[in-house]
Design a protein around this ligand. Structure first.
Ligand SMILES: [Zn+2]
Ligand SMILES: [Zn+2]
Length: 370
């Protein structure tokens, strides 16, 4: 049986993302073929393009924020069956690495993956799947542990957001650095991930959430997700503004969701004594930040701060994604508002433009053509 599909491919460095026919091998042992129905377009897909493949060999199958249903299962798969609605996770702890063996699978460094089963139809070239998934396609093959069952009430175009952007931000504020009820929070960078940090901080019970961005539209979106205050970083210094808003003492928790170094310096300096700063955005090779250590008010040593890194929200998808789905279904996490645009598989380059211009929280591809 020929397994045919369409996929969005980066053929070589510097080339645009183009939709092409693809073929798939049968799923191997412990693998599943997922009929992808929707996929969010994430900043990391653009990062793969801009960074010359982000370590992957070309040609590359883009996309890593997909949802759909299981179509076929390989030998030994018992946890999911054809017809099950699933979100595809790019994290699936291996159980064997140092972190897994010491009982901390949220810090796994060797996630489970399927073999590379997709090929370009024109020449048979094997496609490297982005983040072990490859979801800008109507069919993809992943490890069964990456297929996370979803309640049928959540549609694929909302469920797919849990796979990366939402779980990354929400998880940063609830898992990596659990925000305490009644605390103060600042979030620098209010794209899809930063807005999800705001949403997570709200669900966690933060008293004040200060959103920082240079785009007025994003600050407005942040208020929708629970920000109590906003700072336009193009008009004032974000560190001073956050300190002013907190009576000079700074916030208990600060998050950076920009992937740029300068905001990392800022989230350290805007902290309350003994506060925690969390980096969420993916930093490029060569990125460097300078952290003041000794300033009596804001220095990292003097102020006894913790600076930490969230890896995609440090989520355990099989446990956390259904919890987040419940937050959505019970009205605490507004995934509907996150989907600014529904597009088709051949609109990926236009979606990258929209993302860079800050016109969308998320563009979501619907494989049936929107
Ligand atoms: Zn592991
Ligand atoms: Zn992503």
């Amino acid at each position: 049986m020929a397994r045919e599909a369409r996929g969005v491919i980066l053929a070589a460095p510097g080339e645009p993302a183009v939709m092409e026919p693809i073929t798939l091998d049968p799923p191997g042992p412990d693998e599943v073929l997922v009929h992808v129905e929707a996929s969010g377009v994430c900043h990391t897909d653009l990062h793969v393009k801009r960074s010359g493949g982000w370590g992957l060999p070309f040609p590359i199958l883009l996309g890593h924020e997909g949802a759909g249903h299981v179509e076929e299962v390989g030998r030994g798969v018992t946890d999911v069956a054809p017809g099950d609605a699933v979100v595809i996770a790019w994290r699936a702890p291996c159980g064997k690495c140092d972190a897994c063996r010491r009982g901390d699978p949220r810090r796994c460094s060797a996630h489970l993956r399927a073999g590379w089963r997709a090929h370009r139809a024109s020449d048979g070239a094997t496609l490297a799947p982005t983040l072990r998934t490859g979801t800008f396609t109507d069919r993809t093959i992943v490890h069964a542990a990456q297929a996370v069952k979803m309640p049928p009430e959540i549609s694929p175009e909302k469920a797919c957001l849990l796979a990366c952007g939402v779980s990354t931000g929400f998880g940063a504020a609830t898992t990596t650095t659990p925000v305490r009820p009644g605390s103060t929070v600042a979030v620098v960078g209010c794209g899809g991930v930063g807005l999800s940090v705001v949403a997570g901080a709200k669900v966690a019970g933060a008293d004040r959430i200060i959103a920082v961005d240079i785009a007025p539209q994003k600050l407005e979106w942040a208020r929708h997700f629970g920000a109590t205050d906003t700072v336009d970083a193009s008009a004032s210094d974000p560190v001073e503004a956050v300190r002013d808003l907190t009576g000079g003492v700074g916030v208990h928790f600060s998050f950076e969701a920009t992937g740029r170094p300068e905001p990392v310096e800022q989230i350290v300096r805007m902290l309350h004594h003994a506060g925690t700063a969390t980096m969420v955005g993916v930093q490029g090779a060569g990125a460097r930040a300078t952290i003041d250590l000794g300033d009596p008010a804001t220095g990292a040593f003097e102020n006894k701060i913790t600076l930490t890194v969230s890896h995609g929200g440090d989520s355990l998808p099989q446990y956390d994604f259904p919890v987040m789905a419940r937050h959505y279904l019970e009205g605490r996490l507004d995934l509907d508002f996150m989907v600014t645009k529904v597009i088709g598989l051949d609109d990926v380059e236009a979606a990258f433009d929209d993302m860079q211009a800050g016109r969308v929280i998320r563009s979501v591809i619907r494989m049936d053509g929107a």
